[in-house]
Structures are given as structure tokens and as C-alpha cells.
Write a protein that binds this ligand. Structure first.
Ligand SMILES: NC(=O)CC[C@H](N)C(=O)O
Length: 200
């Protein structure tokens, strides 16, 4: 069973549809720690503000610790999307200072495009440039929509928006992508289908 974590994110159903289109047969939308503890794979989507997403996650008793145990201890394959990726950082600086899950050493800060033609939010298609040979995140064009970005360790792919911006982070069984696979047509579906078969 693939657990699609429900933190009341606006892109939940488009991610669900994309996962099904990529071949997922057994998607359960849930925030139930017991089900998370038994999930074979976990996807954490997120849109909106970092702090609101973090608060929704923490509003469910036991959810953060169930995720931590299932992903960091049991090694279940995990994919975070957009704010679902940003939450892996130690903190986020959108509308104040908010604690993330802290699985990755870094923070989420506002994009700085001052003095350039680049606009914030960074919106639209852009190149994903992997820095190595990651089994899931390949080079290609993906759809981005964000004003904040991860800065820290374990960046596995970048994009360019007035300078390098983290497009994906990863370690072992964990991947987070800043772009939206569910809005990235073939590129996104291929990534999701690789995730569904991934045995890290
Ligand atoms: N697309 C969004 O929901 C934006 C996510 C996040 N608030 C950011 O700007 O980085």
C-alpha cells in the first residue's frame, strides 16, 4: 500500500491522479499513524505556506513520529513534493520561522532574484539538472511553482533561477522534489513510475 499523506494539501488529488496514471494500484490517502507505519511507500505532497503545512502535519498525534520511524528506521521509500520536500529541512523562513522535520540539514529561504529579470514566484517549466546518477531524478523539464527554496546538504539536482536553486534532495530511501511531478506531464509521470518500482 502506498500512503499518500493527507496534510490537507491542495494538490492531494492531482498527486493521487498522477500516481494512478503512473501505475499505482493501491493508493491510500491517510494521516493515520497506524497506516503510515504499515505503508510500503510514502508520498508527502504539500502546497501553501511552510508553517501551515508543518502545523497540519503536527496537528495529527503521532504522525510525525510514525513517518520518522517508517522512513528513517524501516527504510520505506519516501517522496516529498514541493512543500512536502521543503518540510524535510530543519526550518523554513516563510512568514516567520518554523520547524521542519529536520531529516535534512538545511533551511528553506525566499528566492532572491533582485537585480535580475527572474521573477518570484519561480513559475513554469525549467530544467532539472541532476548532479549525479540518481535512480529517480533524471534530467529533463519539470513544472515549478514556488517562492522559497531549500538551501543545505544532499542536493541531488538543481535548476537555474537567478542562480542555482535546489530542484531535488535525496539520501538513501528518501527523495524530495521542489517541482510538481503531477504537473510535469511525461517527465513527472516517468519519475512517479520509477518511484513506484524503486527498491533503495
Ligand atoms: N506552490 C506552492 O504552494 C508554494 C510553496 C511554498 N510556499 C513556496 O513558495 O516555496
Amino acid at each position: 500500500m502506498l500512503a499518500l499523506v493527507d496534510i490537507q494539501s491542495g494538490n492531494l488529488h492531482s498527486v493521487e491522479n498522477a500516481l494512478r496514471a503512473a501505475g499505482a494500484a493501491d493508493v491510500t490517502i491517510t494521516a493515520d499513524p497506524d497506516r503510515i507505519s504499515r505503508a510500503d511507500r510514502i508520498v508527502l505532497p504539500g502546497v501553501g505556506a511552510f508553517g501551515a503545512c508543518a502545523a497540519n502535519l503536527r496537528a495529527v498525534d503521532g504522525l510525525e513520529s510514525a513517518l520518522r520511524k517508517r522512513v528513517l528506521e524501516d527504510g520505506a521509500p519516501f517522496l516529498g513534493i514541493c512543500v512536502g520536500m521543503q518540510l524535510l529541512a530543519q526550518h523554513g523562513e516563510e512568514l516567520g520561522h518554523h520547524l521542519g522535520l529536520g531529516w535534512f540539514e538545511g533551511s528553506v529561504r525566499r528566492l532572491d532574484a533582485a537585480g535580475t529579470d527572474a521573477k518570484v514566484p519561480h513559475m513554469g517549466w525549467n530544467d532539472v539538472q541532476p548532479s549525479g546518477n540518481h535512480p529517480l531524478v533524471h534530467s529533463g523539464e519539470a513544472y515549478f511553482l514556488h517562492s522559497f527554496a531549500y538551501e543545505g546538504g544532499e542536493v541531488i539536482a538543481s535548476t537555474d533561477h537567478a542562480g542555482p536553486v535546489a530542484a531535488a534532495i535525496g539520501r538513501d530511501n528518501i527523495v524530495g522534489v521542489q517541482f510538481h511531478p503531477e504537473k510535469s506531464q511525461r517527465y513527472g509521470l516517468d519519475l512517479l513510475s520509477r518511484f513506484l518500482k524503486w527498491r533503495p
